[in-house]
Write a protein that binds this ligand. Sequence first.
Ligand code: CA
Length: 223
Amino acid sequence: MRILVVEDEKGLADAVSALLRREGYSVETANDGKTGLEKALSGRFDCMILDIMLPGMNGLDVLTYLRVKEIEIPVLLLTAKSEVDDKIKGLDCGADDYLTKPFVTGELLARVRAMTRRLGMAQDINPRYGDITLDLKKGELSCGANSIVLGRKEFQMMEMLISNSGKNTTKEDFVSRIWGSDDDSAYNNVEVYISFLRKKLQMLHSNVQIKTRRGIGYCLEGA
Ligand code: CA
């Protein structure tokens, strides 16, 4: 599950991202409305947390634009306490739910879970590539009758590789969405986890391989 967080208060954006990552979501952030809109239009996200008061383009304008373009991504709006009218406007503009700031973390997670569940989100559709399937509920990678449990980070990386299938996933993509920081250790971790995933693909006797494109990234082959 990939979540886009659009919030200009960096402390809050970082805290929300860290919280969601701990729960196993892949997260990307945008700190202004325009960047948020561009990312949402890319279609790479399953769900969006959108602040209303944003520099450049406010959250309600972002939401209106998405709905005009018939982008049906589920949106949880964040509103400040004083913006009661904005809640109503937000729901009119096509938000799925809203949360008033300040909120407790449990409440945010509950809203995200409720929103994705209510909308019958892709949790039931297991991503496939070639002879492999990723079981989202069990956290397993399977090939024919064989299956193996993946660690959380391995799982998130495999999910990204499959959803980008045919295209490259860069180290930066992995680091920004899974680790959320760009220190060197996170970059080294990518290589380590890729090697774990390669071993697991071999153990499953899969035809799928993770190819390294030097200086570009990683991509699946063998479909
Ligand atoms: Ca704000």
